[in-house]
Design a protein around this ligand. Structure first.
Ligand code: UTP
Length: 294
């Protein structure tokens, strides 16, 4: 069984839920405090030991490439002004990992975005981290998923409990629990079911460890919900051919392509930060009183 070395980060979607902010800038570059969202995702992959990273980009996504590239002019400027802490931060972004890019010519869906990674991935198991899904920095979710993969040698999905009403926004997992209530065998997975047809309230969220057989499933797939090539549909095919597992996790997860989640992510991250956290907490407490929020 080969260990997972590569991460694929799809970031070619149009981000229509965040227009007009995403008209001329990728949603993955929306800032969460002082870092763009996708930097948190790359850092998460690196912390889990994945240092070969492929970002799937598309039209209008050049700022992502520029962000992870060196900026010699900026480095010279910071050096000449003696801004060494900023210089260190800027250099760290570039040195973090080996980052590659492939363009998805048309945003035909998440499944299609993953399929363009096939040549780069080259027959190995790999991780997929959605470029707009943020997991709290302290959560070891991806490392735990990689451990499940090491143990069973099969694909692993991240799953989160959501309400019955919310399940129609996600891929929904039909689970058969093994060991305990953290790990389930995936019997089937269905994209955005109506609440009354949902087999559970376990939602697949934006972290996956996949075996390379996923590419065969993707190749033969018809467009699904929304006319898009859905990764969920390919995983459902895979689950009928080999065991697929779901790792149920709790804790902070934010879809920063969604406006409300974006604001929540910003506040949660900022509260724990040394530079702004203390003052932000004071201000929030004051706001709650002034607006009579409680
Ligand atoms: P979303 O489901 O959030 O789709 O994609 P979207 O089209 O970007 O956003 P909305 O719904 O229009 O606001 C989840 C992840 O998959 C990527 C996105 O960039 C995002 O990181 N994606 C989606 C692709 O790379 N290609 C696609 O064709 C679709």
């Amino acid at each position: 069984m080969s260990a997972v070395r590569k991460a694929v980060i799809p970031a070619a979607g149009l981000g229509t839920r965040f227009l007009p902010a995403t008209k001329a800038q990728p949603k993955e570059m929306l800032p969460l405090l002082d870092k763009p969202a996708i930097q948190y995702v790359v850092e998460e992959a690196v912390h889990a030991g994945l240092t070969d990273i492929l970002i799937i980009t598309g039209r209008g996504k050049r700022p992502i490439e520029d962000h992870f590239d060196r900026s010699i002019e900026l480095e010279h400027f910071l050096e000449s002004k003696g801004k060494f802490e900023e210089l260190k931060q800027v250099r760290e972004i570039t040195d973090m990992a080996s980052i590659h890019y492939i363009r998805q010519r048309d945003p035909l869906g998440l499944g299609h975005a993953v399929s363009v990674a096939e040549d780069h991935v080259g027959g190995e198991p790999f991780a997929v981290l959605l470029g707009d899904d943020i997991i709290a920095e302290s959560n070891p979710l991806l490392s735990e998923m990689l451990r499940v993969h090491e143990r069973y040698g099969r694909s692993v999905l991240a799953a989160m409990e959501v309400s019955r009403e919310e399940i129609s926004l996600y891929g929904c997992i039909e689970p058969e629990f093994v060991e305990d209530d953290r790990l389930a065998r995936v019997l089937s997975v269905v994209e955005k079911p109506e609440p009354e047809n949902a087999p559970s309230n376990l939602a697949a969220i934006g972290r996956y460890v996949l075996t390379p057989e996923i590419f065969d499933a993707l190749r033969n797939l018809e467009p699904g919900v929304g006319g898009e090539i859905q990764l969920t549909d390919a995983i459902n095919v895979l689950a009928q051919q080999q065991a697929v597992y779901a790792y149920v996790f709790e804790g902070g997860r934010f879809d920063v392509g969604n406006k409300l989640d974006y604001m929540k992510a910003m506040i949660e991250l900022a509260i724990d930060r040394e530079d702004v956290g203390k003052e932000l907490k004071r201000w929030l407490a004051d706001l709650v009183q002034r607006k009579k929020l409680l």
